[in-house]
Design a protein around this ligand. Sequence first.
Ligand SMILES: [Zn+2]
Length: 299
Amino acid sequence: MSKKSLLLLILTLIFTALIVRSIYSPNMVKPAGIDNSSISDSTRFAKKIPVLVYHHLLKDEENTMKNNASIISVENFQEQMELLYNEGYSSITLEELEGFILGERELPSRSVLITFDDGYKSNYEYAYPILKEYGFISTIFMITDRISDTTVSFDPTQIQYLSWEEMELSQDVFKFACHTHKLHYLTDDNKSYVVTKPRAEVKEDLRKNLELVHNPYFAYPYGHYTDETIQILHDLEYKMAFTVKEGFVKTGDPIFELNRQGVFPSTTIAKFKIKVGLSREPLLKKLIKSFLNLIRPKH
Ligand SMILES: [Zn+2]
């Protein structure tokens, strides 16, 4: 091969690589709201929405239970919110997500629903100021029986829950929804009380939960549910329910079996980017995950 044709071959390869990169790099997509004039509707509006789920937060130095998957560091949370802000994400409400699922409304391509489960005091202490700094709103699924009647000072060595007063004070950032009244427990063989207690008891608990929170959206404790749980929610006129099954939410999804993307101490910023749709998951991993989801039992 002559020097000239070798050079031509190299140039062709570089050019092809650049084209492939520009097609597959999600960073090439312009964020919504900056210059929409030249972007088609398919990129301006969301096709799938990430619903993030957090639990408890502690500063790195306060966390003595580093292997607890429910505690993420304040530092990581700050970094994740900063990324969402810099990438032009808008935080949405449950009602907006509902409209999107029912096909009644469009949402910006970079929309995210930020949720917390259980109602820890750390959400008020640490997440609230960070969310407020970036102009984000969020939903906390509350275990209403654990809401504190009095506001005490924050103690990172204890598991503390939000007080009614703190809920009132943080309404500019937090919306509150349902996560059982007092059935957030597991049996000895690791099944949620929601799927093991008698139907009448579960129904009364979820009715009470709704009466105290006044917001007909539910998250299943531990992600456990059965067809009967869905029937109870339906009878009580709940509008949506969330699992902890990984994946995005799309228009037409089953309204009582919605996916959420869990954020854990092991969630690196690279993994977080995949969870919010900024990067793609490697194809092989995606195939394995889809297969596991297919064969996984419902509860
Ligand atoms: Zn929970």
